[in-house]
Design a protein around this ligand. Structure first.
Ligand code: ADP
Ligand code: MG
Length: 236
């Protein structure tokens, strides 16, 4: 009952949040659930970085975003926060299957994202999973259909899409492509196209990159809908 009311209030705060006039400085200024505020506090995240200020409000409202900002600028929270909040606000649960997919070019980066997610998402009842090359494929395959937020490397994700029985993609709410420039540099263009072609069109898509390049804009044109473009200069 109380939870219902909290969810309704939160949804209203998100709807009423005015992108043009609000200038969020701290996470508590944003329309976020108490579960997330708690997780952020416990992880000592208080103030937003520049890229987080520019992207999180629009992402909370459901927009597609293409964001370029250098390494170390805080892109991980810029996509993890909107994912947790969107799934929470839509009352996502285990049986709803895969709600968000995060693609990362390397195992190491995928593991880092997973660790941040586990930390800030501690107070949500959502399941998270990693699918990365070199780990036990059979083990991953058995668990994958119960995962709500999946993080993985391109090749391994596509392998699961092709082979996992019971992996339901039609409900997917959000796709994140992290380090898009690096994915392209590493030759994952075709794999990314194949992954995206398996996903429902109504999803929200977030594309993050350390640099702006023509190949990244080309990828964005194919996978994003009316995206907001955010470029944070190195001097910021
Ligand atoms: P990027 O993906 O842009 O390279 P990361 O998301 O890995 O950057 O963040 C870089 C570092 O900054 C990490 O150590 C992270 O914990 C820290 N960080 C990110 N956002 C914040 C924040 N809002 N407040 C304090 N530290 C932050
Ligand atoms: Mg990063």
């Amino acid at each position: 009952q109380k939870e219902e009311q909290n969810l309704k209030d939160l949804e209203q705060r998100v709807q009423e949040y005015d992108l043009a006039s609000e200038k969020p400085s701290q996470f508590k200024d944003l329309p976020l659930s108490s579960h997330l505020i708690k997780g952020l506090n416990e992880s000592a995240f208080v103030s937003l970085t520049q890229i987080q200020k520019e992207s999180i409000p629009s992402l909370l409202k459901g927009e597609d975003v293409l964001a370029a900002a250098k390494t170390g600028s805080g892109k991980t929270l810029a996509f993890l926060i909107p994912i947790l909040e969107k799934l929470y606000r839509s009352k996502w649960a285990e049986f709803d299957g895969l709600g968000a997919l995060i693609i990362s070019p390397t195992r190491e980066l995928a593991i880092q994202i997973y660790e941040v997610l586990i930390k800030i998402g501690k107070h949500f009842q959502l399941s998270a999973g990693l699918v990365i090359g070199g780990k036990d494929y059979k083990f991953e395959k058995e668990r994958i259909s119960k995962i709500n937020i999946l993080i993985g490397t391109p090749g391994r994700i596509l392998q699961h899409f092709d082979q996992a029985v019971g992996l339901e993609l039609s409900n997917l709410q959000m796709l994140v492509l992290d380090e898009a420039d690096r994915c392209l540099d590493m030759g994952f263009k075709k794999t990314l196209d194949d992954i995206v072609s398996n996903l429902p069109e109504g999803r929200q898509t977030l594309l993050f990159s350390a640099t702006q390049s023509k190949s990244v804009s080309d990828l964005a044109r194919l996978s994003l809908t009316n995206p907001k473009y955010i470029g944070i200069k190195d001097t910021d």
